[in-house]
Write a protein that binds this ligand. Sequence first.
Ligand code: GLY
Length: 383
Amino acid sequence: MRVAVVGAGSIGLAVAWRAAEAGAKVVVHDPEPGSGASRVAAGMIAPVTEAHYGEEALTPFIAASADAWPAFARELEAASGLGVGFRDVPTVVACVEDGDRAELQRQVDLYRRTARHVETLTARAARKAEPLLSHRVRAAVLATEDRAVDPRAVHTALLAAVEDAGVELRSDRVDDLDAIEADQVVLAAGCGSANFSPKWSIPVRPVRGAVLRLRAVGDQPVPRTTVRGYVKGHSVYIVTRDSGEVVVGATSDERGFDRRTGTAGAVHDLLRWSVELVPEIAEYHLEEVSVGFRPGTPDNLPLIGRLDERTVAATGHYRNGIALIPATATAVAALIAGEEPDSLAAFDPLRFNRSEARTRTLTAAPNTTTRPVPEPTTEEADS
Ligand code: GLY
């Protein structure tokens, strides 16, 4: 079987790797591999602390993917000969001011619904779990089943693994999925996924985020856990790598694909909030300010599933692209093999096409000149 993957971010490469392992002849198309969200992501694998109200349908999928990550990391390291920076460390979620306690408690109520282990900590216990926490921390919880990985290292390792598996990487720019010669085509172009075919509306939009990369110098201590928190109503996270890199993120706003504006304010805010939680951060060297785009969807859930009998979507992973790599790759490999994984029930990539069509049908007045809305095809209805 010939499989074409459009997009050489981490999702596209992981899909290509799995498809090649299953015996397919795979070509990946991307003029700039790894230039999207994989380059900027912090790398939290966080089925608990990335839980958000209204996104409960994601909980089982993100949990399965998080559980698959340790083996996936080992397999990728063995296949590529490269480290991926996997860290089996918990997340401490903390707040400094009484005003942020209500938000922490609201999140804890949600975290507990993930059926994973969440432990309430006294301020003293929080500092025992994470010695670099500020002495001003008032309340905290520990999510013992969160983990982290280095997304840039993952992408580099995936490039090596797919090359070793015989995948061809082409640096061409695809404009039309129908023009690709392949038996199966996988759309994994992240934020760029919206414009590859007039047949479907793929409602992925860029949600901008700024992230800082800092580095501890010499014997400066670094957080041993992932630290998240609420500071004056703002959310911030701090992810440490074994190399001494410390990633602080992230802002979130919607200004299209603008990488240039607002970075001064983002640096100011992220430093201010993170230093409130971990004062040591002020002592580090600031190495990089990066701006990236999360591929957001209208309901914040990914678009993974069949678009038609030849085309599969694996996009719209929003905040959870890195965490969802193993589960997405496995599920898409199953789709390509003709299966219909139950795990994808909530992620039908045509769900918005259908609701748009329904709305237009319901609101169209009789005997008007409005063009008829085509019913979904059998393949779409069955996917
Ligand atoms: N998952 C982290 C972020 O979206 O910033």
